[in-house]
Ligand binder design. Structure first.
Ligand code: HEC
Ligand code: HEC
Length: 340
């Protein structure tokens, strides 16, 4: 009897206990974190997980830094990060594309306008922790070697932006872990990936069967969102008087002006240069559009204004991914239609 227990029953019990333990307990739904799911399928964690042994960090502090730039959290003061901007001057903190695979400035503009969020030069911080490369494409041209440490490292990308884009100070280590902790609350959820029923079931089947290799499931999930935000710089038209040769649609130009330009320029929110819905604004913009001047929309939209780190606010350029040539023509058509 004893022998039976040791050689028969005991291994069976051990087998049952371990198989229950290794079987995934993750129940998936629309609100499941994409990273939790990937990790359950065996994907190694990224290098930007929060260092939880850091004392004093908090999601609340991260939120204050990103949205307000300064403030106080549980009686602790957060020193002003930048005199000129907050992170949300240039980045949304919600989803800004209905399809996370497509890079299409027009459908993004439509999505932003429909959802009442601004349309900005920086990529949304929603899903930033789901990306693995940063400052992609032509940003290397702008920031040179500064991009190297930031390319595959979210912490370095945040520091680069804090100093070069936000034109403020570097974050302390506690602040950095706090910003990351906050960004982890903005990670993609399964519902954002628009899986069809079949794909959803496939993922579920993988989770239930740990004898399987889960590579396919990981590839499937990752095919539903971009792990980078591409960036292509575009020059202004060579003949600024003539423009880029496209016929503009004023209605779409209005959408761009109101959803994007006014976010920073209305009531001098993030810029000393005021823009509004008055004829005066449109006349000024129209008058300089075709000129080779710092006040030409072609100039500032495509090259931005020159940064003087720490000293003054600058305008970030719109890459091809953030403003199409058609949108630029639309903007001109709208401005001209309102200037007369
Ligand atoms: C003046 C505008 C501006 C401000 C302010 C700003 N950023 Fe950025 N940021 C950009 C632009 C432009 C990029 C270029 C890449 C992109 O986002 O597509 C960028 C890139 C990034 C990236 C890399 C995104 C990617 O996928 O390549 C991160 C992360 C980031 N910023 C975080 C922050 C944080 C955190 C703050 C606040 C401390 C901040 N940014 C403030 C404009 C800004
Ligand atoms: C992220 C914020 C932001 C957005 C969005 C933005 N700008 Fe700017 N813009 C600035 C800042 C900052 C300056 C620099 C001027 C200053 O010192 O305040 C500037 C400068 C300019 C200038 C130069 C003014 C001059 O006389 O030198 C023009 C023109 C301009 N912006 C037009 C636009 C238009 C048109 C749009 C929309 C397509 C737009 N801006 C979108 C922040 C922004």
């Amino acid at each position: 009897m004893k022998k039976l227990l040791i050689f028969g029953l005991l291994p069976l019990i051990i087998f049952l206990v371990t198989s229950v333990q290794t079987k995934s307990t993750l129940e998936i739904s629309e609100s499941t974190s994409v990273w939790e799911l990937l990790k359950a399928l065996g994907e190694p964690a990224p290098n930007h997980e929060v260092n939880t042994s850091m004392r004093g960090y908090s999601v609340a502090m991260g939120k204050v830094i990103v949205e307000d730039g300064a403030g106080s959290v549980n009686g602790k003061k957060v020193r002003l990060q930048s005199k000129h901007f907050v992170c949300t001057s240039c980045h949304n903190i919600t989803k800004e594309d209905s399809d996370l695979v497509k890079v299409d400035p027009q459908s993004r503009l439509d999505y932003c306008a429909e959802n009442g969020i601004p349309y900005l030069q920086g990529t949304t911080l929603y899903g930033a922790v789901n990306r693995s490369s940063f400052y992609n494409g032509d940003y290397e041209k702008k920031y040179g070697d500064l991009v190297k440490p930031a390319r595959n490292n979210l912490r370095e990308a945040i520091q680069l932006c804090a100093v070069e884009c936000s034109q403020g100070r570097r974050l302390s280590t506690v602040e950095m872990e706090s910003v990351l902790a906050y960004l982890w609350t903005l990670d993609l959820k399964l519902g954002d990936l628009n899986l069809n029923d079949n794909e959803f079931k496939q993922i579920q089947a993988h989770l239930k069967d740990n004898s399987k290799d889960h590579k396919d499931a990981i590839v499937l999930l990752k095919s539903k969102y971009r792990q980078d935000s591409p960036a292509t710089f575009v020059a202004p038209p060579t003949d600024r008087k003539k423009g880029n040769g496209l016929t503009g649609d004023p209605a779409n130009g209005k959408k761009f002006y109101e959803t994007s330009c006014l976010h920073c320029h209305e009531n001098e929110r993030y810029s000393f240069f005021n823009l509004d819905d008055s004829q005066q604004s449109f006349c000024y913009l129209k008058g300089h559009f075709g000129k080779y001047s710092h006040a030409s929309v072609y100039q500032v939209a495509r090259w931005g204004t020159p940064p003087h780190p720490g000293k003054r606010a600058y305008m970030p350029q719109y890459t091809a991914e953030k403003m199409s040539e058609q949108q630029l023509a639309d903007l001109r058509a709208y401005i001209e239609s309102r200037a007369d």
